[in-house]
Design a protein around this ligand. Sequence first.
Ligand SMILES: CC(C)(COP(=O)(O)OP(=O)(O)OC[C@H]1O[C@@H](n2cnc3c(N)ncnc32)[C@H](O)[C@@H]1OP(=O)(O)O)[C@@H](O)C(=O)NCCC(=O)NCCS
Length: 178
Amino acid sequence: MFKKLDVLWGWLVRVLTNPWPDSAGFMRVRGRLYALAAESVGKNFQVASDVRIARLRHLVVGNDVYIGPNCVLLINERTTIEDEVMLAHKIMLTTSNHGKENGSYRFGKGKSAPITLKRGCWIGAHCVVLPGVVVGQGTAVGANSVVNRSLPEHCVAAGAPAVVKVRDADRRQEKDGE
Ligand SMILES: CC(C)(COP(=O)(O)OP(=O)(O)OC[C@H]1O[C@@H](n2cnc3c(N)ncnc32)[C@H](O)[C@@H]1OP(=O)(O)O)[C@@H](O)C(=O)NCCC(=O)NCCS
């Protein structure tokens, strides 16, 4: 029932729970409420205030996921957020682009692709993650980045567009060489 009404349910949860403080217990209850209309959600899903999730039915969430304040998930394709992923403040995930028809984007047929955030990655504040992107396990994306291509695992990536700045393995080698 809730999945069929996912847009309405997402709006209702946001509006009714918005005044709650961003402490773990309250965020966990909010996560449980969102979960009622999501495809699947694991344990300890914490959602901060003022998060907008456009189509909850496309959301697949693992265990111990955190979504920070003011994030926007404009998702009309499956969006998978694996275990222990953290989204900082004001992040936008969008699974679709508008298409052009008769010289205008207004009514053009859109194109969508799923997003996957692999286990333990961390998306910094104010990032935008675009359709079709996979962010690798244990990767950190720098604040204010635009992720338009998939990123490998265990690295720091940043910029617009986001590119790999440093790999964990190279950092370890540098340390060993000191
Ligand atoms: C991504 C981040 C974690 C990297 O930190 P770090 O591991 O200490 O890495 P460094 O600072 O050594 O940066 C590595 C390279 O990436 C670049 N870089 C790091 N963050 C960047 C960003 N946001 N935009 C552009 N470039 C960035 C650095 O300039 C450096 O490049 P260089 O080697 O050419 O000089 C950090 O910069 C960041 O953006 N954190 C987000 C914080 C946040 O959003 N917090 C919200 C609360 S959860």
